[in-house]
Design a protein around this ligand. Structure first.
Ligand code: HEC
Length: 106
C-alpha cells in the first residue's frame, strides 16, 4: 500500500533542502574550483544591480543585465545600444554620461 501524502511531503522536504542549498552557499564551496566565468573589470560599481550581476556571474551576467536595459530603453522610445554608454565593447569603457543614462533605465 502506498502513501501518496507521505511521498509528497518528502518531495517538499527535498525541494526545500535544495533551495536552502542554493540560497546559502556552504563555506565548503570556497575550497572548490571557481566556475569558469570572466570577471568584470570594474572594481567598484555605482549600481548595486550591476555589482550583483558581476559578483554572481561576471561579465556574461552583466551583459545579460545590460541587454535588459537596452530593451527597456528601446521600449521607451530611446535609440539605445551598448555603444550609447560604452566606448568599447571589449573593455566596456564608459562614456561620460553612462551612469546618468543607466540610472534612468536600470
Ligand atoms: C544606458 C547606458 C548603458 C547601456 C545602454 C549599456 N551599458 Fe553596460 N554599463 C553601463 C554602466 C554605467 C556600467 C557600470 C555600472 C556601475 O558602475 O555600476 C556598465 C557596465 C557594463 C559591464 C561590466 C563591465 C566590467 O567588466 O566592469 C558590461 C560587461 C556591460 N556593461 C555590457 C554592456 C552590453 C553588452 C551592453 C549592450 C547590450 C551595454 N552594456 C549597454 C551603462 C550602459
Amino acid at each position: 500500500m502506498t502513501h501518496p501524502l507521505q511521498s509528497r511531503s518528502l518531495l517538499v522536504v527535498l525541494s526545500v533542502a535544495a533551495f536552502a542549498g542554493l540560497a546559502s552557499p556552504l563555506p565548503a564551496r570556497a575550497t572548490e574550483e571557481p566556475p569558469a566565468v570572466t570577471p568584470c573589470a570594474a572594481k567598484s560599481f555605482k549600481f548595486d544591480k550591476v555589482k550583483a550581476a558581476c559578483t554572481e556571474g561576471g561579465r556574461s551576467a552583466a551583459k545579460k543585465l545590460m541587454k535588459g536595459v537596452v530593451k527597456k530603453a528601446k521600449a521607451a522610445g530611446g535609440d539605445v545600444n551598448c555603444k550609447t554608454c560604452h566606448t568599447s565593447l571589449k573593455t566596456f569603457a564608459l562614456t561620460k554620461d553612462a551612469h546618468t543614462k543607466l540610472g534612468k533605465w536600470l
